[in-house]
Design a binder for this molecule. Structure first.
Ligand code: SF4
Ligand code: SF4
Length: 449
């Protein structure tokens, strides 16, 4: 039969019907399901959590005025705008999905990694309890039919950690899911080739989804547009190096979180305005923490809006996060697409490289780039200590903690490892440990004088 088909193809060309989408997970069964009557109740709960966060953030002395734009977007104004645009919307997880390809096809991308405690319960009825809170929270958004998940016609899930992989499998019962196959090793020739092929499959699938071909010109334009976004972001990160910390970690993460679903051009413009204001504040000696505040680096599992529990505790203890090493913070937008040749293959090659090689996600077998980056950040941001944040049941970050501990011992930088989730149950215990960590840093500094 196969021989006959091959002969038929050789004689007539490809007579099969449209080629199958190689990245589509096929379990999706028609209608997305949502709990009747629950959507509105949970929508309000989520909005309340955001409002509470904003209230406390807005009360902070010297908060840049330009943050008002990000406050407005996070409390819902973008949802209506996306609906009115009539454009196709694609949701995705993690930081491996090339937005350049989506912008080139006029598709709106939304990163769906969620930090809401309220949506976890309903997910626990379907997923096992012992899954990381981020995955349960994100999945709950779909089950409850909540924004922004509901705007997405398709979800793209990379095979990064096991929790994400299997969430993709279950999510495919509720909506069409594309699984992107991420290699386990990122720097072998084989992996790079595989990933490039995956990027081409992704581009083909996006073209079918959007109903339009992606031209070289469109891809070049979108790459240049997002390059400007990266440039603005890098400027923002540079300003964070100031002695007098110019912006809180909460505000920084809010700005990055808004980029998950905002219009890239407008976001870039507003980050530039924010940077202008911060620059002036630095010149005038205005910061959001006093000069002698202990400067920390936050690394490990993602801290996603509105779950800022760990940041609240650190702030209450009188310390500041000077910089983070997180896929929902510093890493999300940092790397630019470096194009050597503005042809379609040249652009695709550069895009594939951008989303694989520089990644410091712990899902790769060897992750030395993360450790090198950590020591660079410690020096550049003059950090006094490191908080290693692990979301409960996140094995990857937990397993890398030992290596980080050894590296930091060599650098003579103290580290506190905290394992937590999105609930408030452990606030007291965490506060005590973080207070003790602060005391230890103070004693060390006193001893070094
Ligand atoms: S650390 Fe990696 S697997 Fe985890 S959320 Fe970030 S990109 Fe995804
Ligand atoms: S926190 Fe850990 S387990 Fe959860 S999605 Fe991220 S890498 Fe995976």
């Amino acid at each position: 039969m196969q021989v006959l088909n091959n002969v038929k193809r050789a004689l007539l060309g490809d007579v099969t019907q449209e080629k199958e989408n190689p990245i589509l997970e096929r379990r999706y069964e028609e209608e997305p399901y949502s709990e009747p009557g629950k959507t509105e109740e949970f929508r309000k709960k989520i909005l309340n959590a955001s409002m509470q966060n904003l209230k406390s953030m807005q009360s902070k002395k010297n908060r840049p005025k330009a943050m008002a734009y990000f406050d407005k977007i996070v409390t819902g104004s973008r949802e209506e705008e996306i609906k009115k645009s009539g454009k196709k919307v694609l949701g995705y997880f993690c930081s491996f999905i090339p937005e350049e390809i989506l912008y080139a096809a006029d598709v709106i991308p939304i990163r769906l990694c969620a930090g809401s405690f309220d949506t976890m319960d309903v997910a626990e009825g379907i997923l096992p309890r012992d899954v990381c809170p981020m995955v349960k929270s994100s999945f709950g958004f779909k089950v409850l039919g909540l924004p922004l998940m509901e705007l997405c016609e398709i979800a793209v899930v990379p095979t990064s950690c096991d929790a994400k992989k299997k969430m993709g499998y279950y999510l495919a019962d509720y909506m069409p899911v594309w699984m992107l196959h991420l290699p386990h090793k990122k720097d072998s020739d084989k992996s790079v080739k595989l990933w490039l092929e995956e990027m081409y499959d992704f581009k083909d699938a996006v073209e079918k989804f959007a109903g339009k071909k992606i031209s070289k010109k469109a891809l070049e334009d979108s790459t240049k547009l997002l390059r400007k976004r990266t440039d603005a972001f890098r400027r923002f990160l540079e300003l964070r190096k100031a002695k007098l910390i110019p912006i809180s970690e909460k505000d920084f993460l809010l700005v990055v979180y808004v980029s998950f679903f905002d219009d890239a051009e407008r976001w870039t413009k507003n980050v530039s305005l924010l940077c202008d204001e911060i620059e002036k504040n630095i010149e005038r000696g205005i910061g959001v923490h006093s000069k002698d505040t202990i400067r920390l680096l936050l690394t490990g599992s993602a801290t996603i809006w509105p779950n800022f529990k760990i940041l609240d505790i650190i702030e209450k203890a009188g310390m500041a996060i000077a910089v983070d090493q997180s896929c929902v913070g510093t890493w999300h937008l940092y790397e630019p697409v470096e194009v050597e040749e503005y042809s379609l293959p040249g652009l695709m090659q550069a895009i594939a490289e951008r989303y694989l090689s520089p990644s410091i996600c712990p899902c790769f077998t060897v992750n030395d780039d993360r450790f090198d980056n950590l020591t660079e950040l410690i020096k550049a941001y003059e950090v006094d200590g490191v908080i290693y944040h692990i979301l409960r049941l996140c094995q990857l970050f937990d397993m890398e903690a030992e290596t980080v501990k050894k590296i930091l011992e060599k650098e003579n930088i103290p580290m506190l490892k905290v394992v937590t989730d999105y609930s408030k149950e452990d606030v007291g215990q965490l506060s005590t440990r973080i207070e003790a960590f602060k005391e230890m840093i103070l004693i060390r500094e006193e001893g070094e004088k």
